[in-house]
Design a protein around this ligand. Structure first.
Ligand code: NDP
Ligand code: 2IT
Length: 446
């Protein structure tokens, strides 16, 4: 019965959304996690909760024309997929990366529904982006693109409707250009994006939130193993927003972070990554991680990013992109003695890799739970915008810690309740699903 349920959901999802393989992968994992919940709670089957959730409430695709510095007209494709408003306005980031197509935005938007439900804050699920590549573009080109993107997006968003934010390729610069265009088009200064600048409605801690939240979550995993960060060797992939602030907090707590990467390759600094250098290269100069070795000749640079998982570590933090840890990489990590894996990126481990970790007794913190600190702090930014007040760094950071604790506790409890003790993948999916499902039932078939 249960297996048949997953098969029939997947048949429908694949038929309706052919070629969107990342979306299929994300749905399959949730369907497997919640099949017992649906079996034991016939009201969810009767209301066709999962069948409704896999169909976005609305999806928008649009042309984004802009002019580059040479005067050439460029055309990109823009997306916003508004998946579920069951528990609040659609909320989720915008990704600008050449690999973006509908399947990527839908996997991210679908996962966002359950992640956002776990945060204890009232936000629905959505995601958007474009196949635009900000790499190598001038500030004026990025501005031209962002203004054109917002010239269509503005009519679909609003502080009580849909509130986008950053993701890969979208940081403070892009949020600023998009916010400015929204304000000009609508003549309103409103909390329609999060991750804003601190002088114009942004929240303290939002920049650090995903990385810090990840470390707070993994702290709980380590506590359950009877240990902490002190003296642990850590490998993080990526060198963007999530990787930088996860590294910062892990170092603060006494860990030795020895490796970081970008899509070109990875660096290993056995004495510990010097984060000031990484911030200069990545946040100020928008350069490549290989430049790190110019400043620190004792460090090594290796071409190709996937071999970063061959660097021995106690704790692995995949903080770059989807499916970056496959079965072979997971096996190497396990062979080298990894004790805990915390997913800062979205869906960075393939299903086969997750099986390897869980089958080897590695403590595994899935993305939906472990990286939810970013969107949770976005919800805190929305709250401050509504009140027209700003909280202190300590206040937001304390709330973030409490939220990460609550996410951990809910995931542990839901896994236990359904006979999957210690399986945080199942626990996070179940806890998020139940909250959304009950809200959908209360609101009728809409
Ligand atoms: P950034 O754009 O700041 O950094 C992304 C990093 O990942 C860069 O180092 C980039 O390298 C690397 N990367 C991106 N795509 C690939 C790829 N296809 N192969 C190898 N490396 C790649 O993004 P974030 O740090 O914000 O996001 C990282 C991950 O965290 C994403 O999965 C995102 O969805 C997730 N996330 C982000 C949140 C946030 O608040 N920002 C919240 C929750 C999750 P390069 O520069 O060479 O492209
Ligand atoms: O994947 C994510 O949770 C994000 N990129 C953050 C979304 C947000 O709205 O802050």
């Amino acid at each position: 019965m249960a297996t048949q349920f997953v098969e029939s959901i997947m048949e429908q999802v694949v038929a309706r959304n052919p070629v969107e393989k990342e979306f299929h992968q994300a749905v399959q994992e949730v369907a497997e996690s919640v099949q017992d919940v649906i079996d034991k709670n016939p009201q969810y089957a009767k209301a066709k909760i999962l069948e409704r959730l896999v169909e976005p409430e609305r999806q928008i695709m649009f042309r984004v024309p802009w002019v580059d510095d040479k005067g050439n007209v460029q055309v990109n494709r823009g997306f916003r997929v508004e998946f579920s408003s069951a528990i609040g306005p659609y909320k989720g980031g915008l990704r600008f990366h050449p690999s973006v197509y509908l399947g990527i935005i839908k996997f991210l938007g679908f996962e966002q529904i359950f992640k956002n439900a776990l945060t204890t804050t009232p936000i629905g699920g959505g995601k958007g982006g474009s196949d635009f590549d900000p790499k190598g573009k001038s500030d004026t080109e990025v501005m031209s693109f962002c203004q054109s993107f917002m010239s269509e997006l503005f009519r679909h968003i609003g502080p009580d409707t849909d509130v986008p934010a950053g993701d890969i390729g979208v940081g403070g610069r892009e949020i600023g250009f998009m916010f400015g265009q929204y304000k000009k088009l609508t003549n309103t200064f409103a909390g329609i994006l999060t991750g804003k600048g601190l002088d114009w409605g942004g929240s303290l801690v939002r920049t650090e939130a995903t990385g810090y939240g990840l470390v707070y979550f993994v702290t709980r995993m380590l506590q359950d193993l009877g240990t902490d960060w002190k003296g642990k060797t850590v490998v993080s992939s990526g060198s963007g927003n999530v990787a930088i602030y996860a590294t910062q907090k892990a170092q603060e707590l006494g860990a030795n972070v020895v490796a970081l990467s970008d899509s070109g390759g990875y660096i290993v600094d056995p004495d510990g990554i010097k984060l000031d250098t990484v911030k200069r290269i990545k946040e100020v100069e928008r350069g490549r991680i290989k430049e790190y070795v110019d400043a620190h000749p004792g460090a090594e640079y290796h071409e190709g990013c996937s071999d970063i998982w061959t660097v021995p570590c106690d704790i692995a933090l995949p903080n770059a992109t989807q499916n970056e840890i496959d079965k072979a990489s997971a096996e190497i990590l396990v062979k080298n003695g990894v004790k805990a894996v915390g997913e800062g990126a979205n869906m960075p481990s393939t299903p086969e890799a997750v099986e390897v970790f869980q089958g080897s007794g590695v403590s595994f913190g899935p993305a939906k739970a472990a990286n939810a600190g970013g969107v949770a702090t976005s919800a805190l930014e929305m709250c401050q915008n509504s009140m027209r007040l700003n909280w202190t760094f300590e206040e937001v950071d304390n709330r973030l810690k409490m939220i990460m604790d609550a996410i951990y506790d809910q995931s542990v409890a839901a896994a236990e309740a359904y006979g999957k003790k210690g399986n945080l993948v199942a626990g996070a999916n179940i806890a998020g699903f139940v909250k959304v499902a009950d809200s959908m039932i209360a609101q009728g078939v809409v």
